[in-house]
Design a protein. Structure first.
Length: 326
């Protein structure tokens, strides 16, 4: 389907839960965010109904996120059921990786091919601090499990944080040398709880790249990466993996935005940076037909701004990434 600005929309990011087993400092306050009552969260069969409507509209690529998607009970049978829907092209997951050692194999069997794993540091003590208590060894085991099981590609999301992980950007980039890992640096976005942090610790991907080049030499641009989305990719000489930069703030990719989001509580959100949403939960629960659900998708598309600069209302007030589905 196409939006008012001629952008092809074929990608839906689905937040399957607003709960998480970490408290990353840019995503949640240390005490966590009070999760929504269970009855407000879409049941898996309700998500499948929304996915079926999306498929009818030509949206055929999906990413499961959250909160931490692997925490939700029943995620494996849900993915299996989703993978069987006619027309599904791709189911990917964004995860903090902590449950991959247990669930990696089942995810692969269920039909997931592509994984994004979040990791902002390779220093265990710093990992504990950034994530509010996470265990680095477990996520590293998750990453090695993902590689061993042959997920392709395995992308690592690193939020670039000035004065927090700046000394490690080159070390993180070096991880691509002897592993097929795609390390992607993401600019800190002032969403939800990270407004203050963004004022102090934001750094542009341009700066991250030049810091890496100072230490490791010039990066060579790479043109095609599977499911490359908004990232710009580079490679170190002889490296198995790549280094990506997601200029989420400095050089916005709104013109090529191809996505909608479905929040855990059943709202279609046309733009991460715009708080306007279209409720689909009530429609699903009152037995709306596929056609009626598709109309709600059209309504959401009408609200999709040309760029986050034209977003009608200030970003995400009251809702953090874990609730919207980062
Ligand atoms: N829990 C999973 C994880 O951490 O990968 C999935 C949900 S998380 C909200 C999805 C992605 O959003 C993560 O890679 C995280 O680093 C990123 N993220 C969260 N808050 C962010 C912010 N304020 N700016 C930039 N990226 C952010
Ligand atoms: Fe949880 Fe992911 Fe947010 Fe970290 S970034 S608190 S792992 S949802």
């Amino acid at each position: 389907m196409e939006d008012r600005f001629g952008r092809k929309i074929d990608y839906l990011r689905i937040s399957v839960t607003d709960r998480c087993n970490l408290r990353c400092l840019y995503c949640m306050p240390p005490e966590g965010v009070k999760p929504k009552p269970r009855q407000e969260i879409l049941r898996f069969e309700e998500i499948l109904t929304v996915v079926e409507a999306a498929l009818e509209l030509g949206i055929n690529r999906f990413r499961l996120t959250g909160g931490e998607p692997l925490l939700r009970k029943g995620i494996i049978p849900f993915i299996k059921a989703m993978a069987l829907l006619p027309g599904i092209e791709d189911i990917a997951i964004t995860t903090n990786g902590l449950l991959l050692p247990q669930l990696g194999e089942q995810l692969k069997e269920a039909g997931v091919r592509r994984l994004n794993i979040s990791l902002d540091t390779i220093n265990p003590e710093k990992y504990r601090k950034i994530t509010g208590g996470g265990d680095f060894r477990t996520v590293w085991e998750g990453i090695t499990t993902a590689l061993e099981l042959g997920f392709t590609p395995v992308k690592i999301n690193v939020v670039a944080l000035n004065q927090i992980n700046d000394e490690e950007w080159a070390d993180l980039a070096r991880l691509t040398l002897d592993r097929p890992l795609h390390i992607r640096f993401i600019e800190l976005m002032p969403v939800g709880t990270s407004w203050q942090l963004a004022g102090k610790n934001y750094v542009s991907c341009g700066q991250v790249k030049s810091e890496i080049e100072k230490k490791l030499g010039k990066l060579t641009p790479v043109t095609h990466i599977q499911g490359s989305g908004p990232a710009e990719y580079h490679r170190l000489p002889g490296a198995q993996g790549t280094i990506g930069f997601i200029h989420a703030m400095s050089n916005h990719f709104c013109a090529s935005c191809n996505r909608l989001r479905l929040t855990a509580d059943g709202k279609l959100r046309p733009c991460l940076h715009d708080r306007r949403e279209v409720d689909v939960r009530e429609a699903v629960r009152s037995g709306a037909t596929g056609k009626e659900l598709q109309e709600l998708f059209h309504k959401a598309l009408q609200l999709k701004p040309a760029s986050y600069r034209q977003a009608a209302v200030a970003p995400a007030a009251g809702r953090g990434m874990a609730q919207i589905g980062g």
